[in-house]
Design a protein around this ligand. Structure first.
Ligand code: FE
Length: 351
């Protein structure tokens, strides 16, 4: 059954059952949201939606893995209408497990760039990015020259031997980056690049992105990878020690002269067994509106995904992120390349 037909049927059913109309209508004024986001500005995001539509949002907060596990356990009985997750790799995995209902929306087609959404099928699009985060390089200017870390490709150059720090190669942030690099370079060059990264490690992968930034500041690492918002968070921190860390390192938005900087997404999808599909569609389209984009992106120092929406964020601007060239490789390629990249990491000994 296509999405359109499903919506049409639910409308007809509501209209036909005049006695039951009030109950059905009342039920449509609720949206059950499973969210892996937990930022304060999201509260305003939700209350504005309720004010505009009368649809009340019931929220279940968990991390990405917890949400996916819950959806699988609940199956067809799941009350979830919309799912918010924070990474293309995780969205791709949930999509492959059949947890999402593909949707068709002319509004989203017009507003959100196609490369920030899952592949379009005859049934529609499974997930949609609503904010972006750049995977940037940070380096120690006393040990590394800017010209030697201008691209992701250069991170595999023997010049940087013993200097590279990353979190686990299997972390979704790295998997998403690696999947798009393999998409761009092809399998052979992509795998050689991953081996080159392993050869350049200062230490075994460990910690989160913030730990990599701190590793560069402490001298343990010469160069590292991090999502842009972690650096922005430290720049804005009221702890002097955080700001001191940012003063000791430099940020590069990689591949500005070539393919553009890899961006990942926070994204949303309609749940496969959504009980309020129309409310779910309304919420998905609302997330693309300029005011929602501001709440959604700025709440975590991210960039808006909707075309033509610009947000002033002093920390991102200070990092050079106000007008960078972003990669246009479709994030749908992450879904295609995920298993292959994981196998390459195993062969390369990337922990
Ligand atoms: Fe994160």
């Amino acid at each position: 059954m296509t999405t359109n037909r499903r919506f049409t049927l639910s409308l007809l059913a509501a209209a036909a059952l005049s006695a039951g109309w009030t109950a059905a209508h009342a039920e449509d004024k609720v949206l059950n949201l499973y969210s892996a986001r937990h930022y304060q500005t999201d509260e305003a995001l939700y209350s504005d939606f309720t004010k505009a539509t009368g649809i009340k949002i019931n929220r279940v907060d968990a991390d990405d893995a917890g949400i996916v596990a819950r959806l699988r356990a609940e199956g067809a009985a799941s009350p979830a209408d919309v799912i918010l997750l924070v990474d293309a790799a995780r969205l791709a995995v949930a999509e492959s497990q059949g947890l999402f209902l593909p949707i068709k929306s002319a509004k989203l087609d017009a507003t959100i760039p196609a490369n920030l959404r899952s592949a379009a099928t005859p049934d529609g699009v499974a997930w949609t990015g609503f904010s972006t985060r750049a995977r940037v390089i940070v380096y120690d200017p006393t040990r590394v020259k800017a010209a030697d870390v201008a691209t992701y490709e250069q991170l595999a150059d023997p010049k940087l031997k013993g200097m590279l720090c990353t979190r686990s190669g299997s972390h979704p942030y790295n998997l998403s980056l690696f999947a798009t690099v393999v998409e761009r370079l092809g399998d052979q060059k992509g795998e050689a690049w991953l081996k080159g990264l392993v050869d350049n490690m200062a230490r075994d992968p460990k910690g989160g992105d913030t730990d990599q930034i701190k590793g560069v500041a402490s001298g343990e690492c010469g160069v590292a990878l991090t999502n842009s918002y972690y650096f922005a968070r430290m720049l804005k921190s009221n702890k002097p020690e955080d700001r001191a860390v940012t003063e000791r390192v430099r940020v590069v938005f990689p591949n500005q002269g070539t393919s553009g900087t890899h961006v990942n997404i926070s994204g949303a999808a309609v749940a496969r067994h959504a009980k309020h599909p129309e409310a779910a569609m309304a919420f998905m389209e609302y997330l693309a509106s300029p005011s929602a984009q501001e709440y959604f992106a700025n709440g975590n120092n991210e960039f808006p995904a909707a075309k033509g929406v610009k947000i002033a964020n002093a920390a991102l601007k200070a990092m050079g992120g106000d007008d960078f060239k972003a990669e246009t490789v479709p994030l749908a390629s992450v879904a295609r390349n995920l298993t292959k990249v994981q196998q390459m990491l195993d062969r390369a000994g990337y922990k």
